[in-house]
Design a protein around this ligand. Structure first.
Ligand code: SF4
Length: 377
């Protein structure tokens, strides 16, 4: 397998011009597979770690690898949402645009006080707060710990799970813990390459699960206290776009309820992607939160520009690069994007903070609340 992440249901969202996100001088193996016309619907299960080191020929003859070798139908969730959907799910049913925010998990528990202060400032302004795990591939506390600090302030968390962090069994039990804690929203991501790890093809770097498998694992559970509201990532700027659309439709078929897009920095390509998504029944039912970058400082801007899978339009990029007042320009660009995007068939915004003071984010949120509404269909 020539996917550095070892993905079995690729491609990941970072494919640009058919090249690999991790090794850009190589083609993405999954784009090749799709372009050759092979059917990529259905699901390959996570690899069975108990077969590591055994003979694949013998496993084939005995059928021991049948579950992982053959493609499966998705597990059909018994019900789409729990009897009482999450506050966020209900919010997304209204004609108001929902607003979510993101807090990166700190490296240690010492950082949880700051998390609580930020979440407390957002209470009453924002509909939910994502808590990350290993954002950008950098090790951190688990999102569940950060979610507990957020929930104590009264803001509902969206607990992010990352496929590269744990084995499927651990993931199942972490989701159970989240549900037992009363957290109703989860967002599953395949995850980023660890920036401190050499980029190479090495089976030791295989990600135990991808996001499609994670959605399916959640929906396979019969004994969860309730069904979570399941979110997945999507990227309008993956090229070719057909690859992004197929992957996203697969996630919806697997049982995802909402998506949070990769940051959007221009409207035209995004609109084309959105129209194509809304062209299917599953795409019309899906709730779409569009990520908007709020850039306030030079260093986070440099990080954003180089994140795998992030597309910065030339217009957005040159406005930022040519600015002598980066924070002011970043804020103005975010305002304009929100204004233009709110004319489209979306369900809300996910605000990603790259160095803006929290007070200023709250101000922007209030401005968005008073100025924008979902367009009527
Ligand atoms: S890491 Fe992503 S872009 Fe690279 S080969 Fe794998 S699926 Fe394709």
């Amino acid at each position: 397998m020539t996917c550095p992440k070892g993905l079995r249901n690729g491609p990941c969202g970072g494919t640009l011009d058919g090249a690999c996100e991790v090794l850009p001088d190589r083609p993405c193996v999954w784009v090749n597979i799709q372009q050759k016309g092979y059917d990529t619907e259905g699901l390959h299960s996570p690899l069975d770690s108990s077969l590591t080191g055994s003979s694949s020929f013998v496993n084939f003859l005995t059928g021991r690898d049948k579950t992982t070798r053959l493609i499966h139908d998705y597990t059909r969730p018994k019900h789409v949402l729990s009897a009482k959907p999450s506050i966020l799910a209900r919010r997304l049913q209204t004609d108001e645009l929902a607003l979510t925010y993101e807090i990166a998990s700190p490296k240690t528990t010492a950082g949880l006080d700051k998390v609580a202060i930020t979440a407390g400032m957002m209470l009453g302004h924002i509909d939910a707060i994502n808590t990350t795990t290993n954002a950008g591939g950098v090790p951190s506390l688990h999102s569940l710990e950060t979610a507990r600090a957020v929930a104590e302030t009264g803001v509902p968390p969206i607990v992010q799970f990352c496929g590269r962090d744990q084995a499927p069994e651990e993931f199942e039990s972490q989701v159970t813990s989240a549900l037992e804690d009363g957290f109703a929203n989860v967002l599953v991501l395949t995850g980023d390459w660890n920036p401190d790890t050499e980029r190479e093809l090495n089976p030791g770097h295989w990600f135990p699960m991808d996001s499609l498998q994670m959605v399916d694992i959640i929906n396979r559970q019969d004994n969860y206290p309730k069904r979570p509201f399941i979110g997945v990532a999507s990227n309008a700027y993956t090229t070719p776009m057909s690859v992004s659309l197929t992957r996203f439709q697969n996630k919806l078929a697997a049982g995802a309820h909402f998506t949070q897009t990769q940051v959007v920095t221009e409207i035209e390509i995004f609109s084309r992607w959105l129209n194509a998504v809304r062209d299917s029944e599953a795409g019309r039912a899906c709730k779409i939160l569009v990520s908007v970058p709020l850039i306030g400082k030079q260093k986070p801007w440099e990080i954003l520009k180089h994140l795998p899978g992030v597309y910065i339009s030339s217009q957005f990029g040159s406005s930022m690069e040519g600015s002598s007042e980066l924070a002011k320009t970043g804020f103005q660009l975010a305002r304009e994007l929100i204004h233009d995007l709110s004319q489209l068939d979306i369900d809300g915004f996910h605000l990603m903070n790259f160095g803006v003071e929290v007070e200023a984010v709250v101000e922007l949120v209030e401005e968005v609340r008073s100025d924008t509404k979902k367009p009527t269909a």
